[in-house]
Design a protein around this ligand. Structure first.
Ligand code: S3P
Length: 462
């Protein structure tokens, strides 16, 4: 399938993102109103569900970052017609549930755990083999968490050592509807099981001990599937999907990604004199932990024009600098802010007093070991931290009269959020902070550099 507008993306919007190293300079106040790119989780799901729905799905505001483009390519390789109409508008002509075709080449999932794991779920319900590959970061991430339940559905896997990529999955001839209790709080695993259940007869049931982002449930309902969610004791949930639904193509408007919004929001909270609004932000309660944590820490944050679109909460988020205080950030909030910890650690470094973050075990298996990499980078910049197996204490300099020295070069480890977090930190340090390789930012936040510059941030290419 040929793109009508092949030049819009995937090229990073700022040529400096293609350079290996980028330095963040101390910043004057950040001011203005911006819209960050579309939500990554919703973008992946819109393309995937569009591909297994009958008829046409129109997506506006799609994130055109590398991760989502991998999903688009993989869905094309399995027969969906996907057209980029430019300006974030994409059209998908789907094949119906169970209608995907065997890909003739390996599916390259790039850096994206969501693309890989959700796609394995889809393939599990189709009687053909598919090979999944990815970059060095993705090839080191655990896939047994999806291999185990998808094998129960009937898929067969030949994986690299330790259940890693590259791997070949052969989907089930007769997919079984399963009942699966998640051993880890993971929306990716939940979604993989549900997507496999689409082409299984009868009810597929997922029980999650802690609620995780529910975009799959919401979007499946939007496309016409029957999904029931029962609240169980202690905050657990049971999600039941009726198999073999007739999914129909729909319109999907993707809100701005709260996980990307977190970077300008924290930057504005820590750079003295700042006043920034990020518009159209997805505020799904199972994603909005970062707002709760910043509010709890005393940030001067407000939500304007709160509204609901296609079942998702949306609002404009305004934040003004100052007020941050150290707090204990409980493990119970982890699933709702799992991707925002790196930049929350940066906020904590500037807060008055100590912040203790608990329940961080999943950070160790993200695009990098985010607990170790952030702790190491913060120390290199002169922030005092203590790291445990699943916790981190950050000693904030706020109110002490001390500053954060900075002056370090931090390795991003192929991890977009590590790169952006240290570029935010460098806005308030004595000496500039350099990130050795800023190119991974293009996986989730194309245009990060010019957007931050439009607010007043300063970067220097090396
Ligand atoms: C995602 C779920 C989260 C998150 C990831 C996106 C999703 O991963 O970290 O960036 O879209 O379902 P886990 O479900 O593995 O925690």
């Amino acid at each position: 399938m040929v793109d009508d507008h092949p030049v819009t993306i995937p090229q990073p919007q700022d040529p400096r993102l293609a350079l290996p190293s980028l330095t963040s300079l101390p910043s004057s106040p950040l001011n203005g109103s911006v819209r960050v790119p579309g939500d990554k989780s919703i973008s992946h799901r819109a393309l995937m569900l569009g591909a297994v729905a009958l008829g046409r799905t129109r997506i506006t505001g799609l994130l055109e970052g590398e991760d989502v483009l991998c999903t688009a390519e993989a869905m094309r390789a399995m027969g969906a017609a996907i057209e980029n109409r430019g300006g974030g508008e994409w059209v998908v002509d789907g094949l119906g549930v169970g209608g995907l075709l065997a890909p003739e080449r390996p599916l390259d999932m790039g850096n994206s755990g969501t693309a890989a794991r959700l796609m394995m779920g889809l393939v599990a319900g189709h009687d053909f083999p598919a090979t999944f590959t990815g970059d060095a970061s993705l090839s080191s991430r655990p896939m047994n968490r999806v291999i185990v339940p998808l094998s129960q559905v009937g898929a067969v896997f030949e994986a690299s050592e330790g259940g890693r990529l590259p791997l070949t999955e052969t989907g089930a001839r007769d997919p079984m509807p399963i009942t699966y209790e998640l051993p880890v709080a993971s929306a990716q695993v939940k979604s993989a099981v549900m997507l496999a259940g689409l082409n299984a007869p009868g009810d597929t049931v997922v029980i999650e001990p802690k609620p995780t982002r529910d975009h799959t449930e919401k979007m499946l309902t939007h496309f016409g599937a029957e999904v029931r969610v029962d609240e169980l004791d202690g905050g657990a949930r049971r999600i039941t999907l009726k198999g073999r639904p007739e999914l129909k193509g729909r319109d999907v408007r993707v809100p701005a990604d709260i996980s990307s919004a977190a970077f300008p929001l924290v930057a504005a909270a820590i750079v003295a004199g700042s006043d920034v609004t990020v518009t159209d932000v997805g505020l799904n309660p199972l994603r909005a932990g970062v707002i709760e944590t910043l509010t709890d820490m005393g940030a001067r944050i407000e939500i304007l024009d709160r509204r609901v679109e296609a079942g998702e909460d949306i609002g404009d988020v305004r934040i003004r600098a100052g007020g941050l205080k150290g707090r204990t950030v409980p493990a119970s909030r982890a699933p709702a802010q799992i991707d925002e910890y790196p930049v929350l650690f940066v906020a904590a470094a500037c807060a008055e007093g100590d912040t203790r973050f608990e329940g961080l075990e999943e950070l160790r298996v993200k695009e990098s070991d985010r607990l170790a990499v952030m702790a190491g980078g913060l120390k290199a910049c002169g922030v005092e931290v203590e790291e445990g197996e699943d916790w981190l204490v950050v000693h904030g300099v706020g109110g002490t009269g001390k500053t954060i020295p900075g002056g370090a070069t931090v390795e991003s480890h192929l991890d977009h959020r590590i790169a952006m977090s240290f570029l935010v930190l460098g806005m308030v340090t004595e000496k500039p902070v350099t990130v050795d390789d800023a190119s991974p930012i293009a996986t989730s936040f194309p245009g990060f550099v010019p957007l931050m510059e439009s607010l007043g941030a300063k970067f220097q290419e090396n």
